[in-house]
Design a protein. Sequence first.
Length: 312
Amino acid sequence: MNSKTIFTPAFFVAFLVLLASAAGFSTLIEAYGIHLKKEAIYPPGGRLISSLPAETDSWEQIGADQVMSSEMLEELGTENTVSRRYVQKESTMAPGQKTPHIIDFHAAYYTGMIDTVPHVPERCFVGGGMRKSSVSEVMALPIVMDDWVEDEDVPAKFRGPIDAVYTAPTSWQYSDRKGFRVRMPRGAGPTDPLKMRVSEFLGRDDDTAVYAGYFFVANGGTVATAEGVRSLAFDLTSDYAYYLKIQTTCVSVGSKGEHADVSASLIGELLPEIMRCVPDWIEVEQGEYPADNPRKEGGARDTGVGGNEGAG
């Protein structure tokens, strides 16, 4: 095919139509505030997940945090992660409970143009030689919310599908910023508890059952499935994207429901500190954070409530 055949009037018409379409598409994207590229975002002060307290009212860490090799971190896809073991304090054991529960706690933070498939037990445990003994279930976490308070300063347009956003205080005894109120994930409250996907696994000998559960905090909300985290973190109207995977593993429980109950005790006490390790998404949406937020108008303001303000 020669140049005379290519550069015909029909070719130029088609070329101009493609240019106009591209320009129109870009204008449409800009008009509707669609952001196909997501920027990385971090909590104020770059607060790391490893800063979570080693002790809560009902739990205390045993041993040191797991140290991952460079190969393990590369496989995980992030260096902002923590894996540690907590044991239940005997003073909080239920009547008739013979031994304290032990939970392996793991969390990992991802941000920006996230292309990593979340590492979840259904994939990793099975890949390690274990097998699922039953269907996974999404279960409510019965977190005690007696000290959760509605944040009435949040404008209605930033509340999402619920009527309220709540705050909860950090520990008065074990936090490095005692009694500091932190915004909880949007979509969580007394009438809509956090949910966790729980599975039961068996080893090669089938003698020991291992229970594992997880959920994600992503762009200020929560989701209990790996499939759902992308749609939550990659809302087309958001300039930024992040998600935090929170996972618990336990062999001292006897059912998926008991695993959710025991996990709720630890996660409920850690949650204000967990939310200090992610951006406060209300502030992000209002343009108050980070400093170069394109939504910022007239400068940021101090709300007195934060998702994570640094080590303080």
